[in-house]
Design a protein around this ligand. Sequence first.
Ligand SMILES: [Zn+2]
Length: 361
Amino acid sequence: MIERLRDDTLNLMKIPGLSGHEDKVRDYIKEAVKKIGLTPTFDKLGNLTITFPGTSPRVMLFTHMDQLGLVVRKIEDDGYLRFERVGGVPEKILLGQNISVITKNGKELSGIIGTKSHHATQPDEKYKVPSYRDLYIDLGLRTASEVRTNGIDIGSPIVYKPSAEVIGDEKIIGTSVDDRAGCAVLLEVARQINSRAAGPEINIVFTVQEEFNLRGALPVAQKIKPEIAIQIDLLLASDTPDMQDFGEIKLGEGPGISMFSFHGRGTLNGVIPHPVLVKHFEQAASKENINLQKSAHIGALTDLSYVQLVENGVASIDVGFPIRYSHTAQEMCDLKDLVGLTKLLASALNSIPKDINLIRD
Ligand SMILES: [Zn+2]
């Protein structure tokens, strides 16, 4: 299991898949799903679903395939690109960043986000973060027509230059650990569920456009009408020197659940998990001897915020793995946590009682 989790995570991290452009990630997952002997289904947005028929309650277990990045806003006469942000890209890490622009035929063109030569930088500029609107991408090309001839146009997707490696004590570092690690975990969960004899109906969904508008999962949730929704994504690790007072999540100390998430900037949404599901995951963790970590903070949310409101309401919980340096080009997770998360999910799914009472009367 650990080898498959490592390989799938590293392979998926190297595949560019900006929100709305998840095709190559979906292709990888489709092939992996077929190898298990399962038949995935698709919708117009690009969500990929695997259904395991079963008894009540109906479960939707999901994670997002897409990643944040940029799109081409303008091609300057001298070949430089101006860009827009897609998702929560931190502006403070953009200067000097290696990027890949995806051409019309799917090729990756390397480039760099330019930064004023250090020798020419004035004292008052040294500690300032410029707006992304003033930045530009240098592809090493000289004219707008050269750029267009290479298959780049307005709206072309741009991602951090894909990278993935294992460092230290099985720490995985590189691009889009958020949420290709989640995709690798759900592929492994699918392999395990495939050999079960009985259990609840489980729909594993690899969703789109989470980083863009948090709602790509909505159409598929409206179709499935789940009674339980379990969402897999990162949990913010606070074991680096700059995050000490943020919370208690530590890298390598096990998977976790979110007890409260909220995002006030425009969305006014978040998730307070269903108490029956919190108890269920606590019990599954203790049965499997897995340390279950917990987070509660504002500033982040997932597509579960919208899925929970489908139809008559869905009993919901965010489950995840610790991550450091979220939304940068070098996110870090621990392979041990992915193993723990896979075991936790398999155990929790196997033990959902047929008559679980989710109505709060
Ligand atoms: Zn994510």
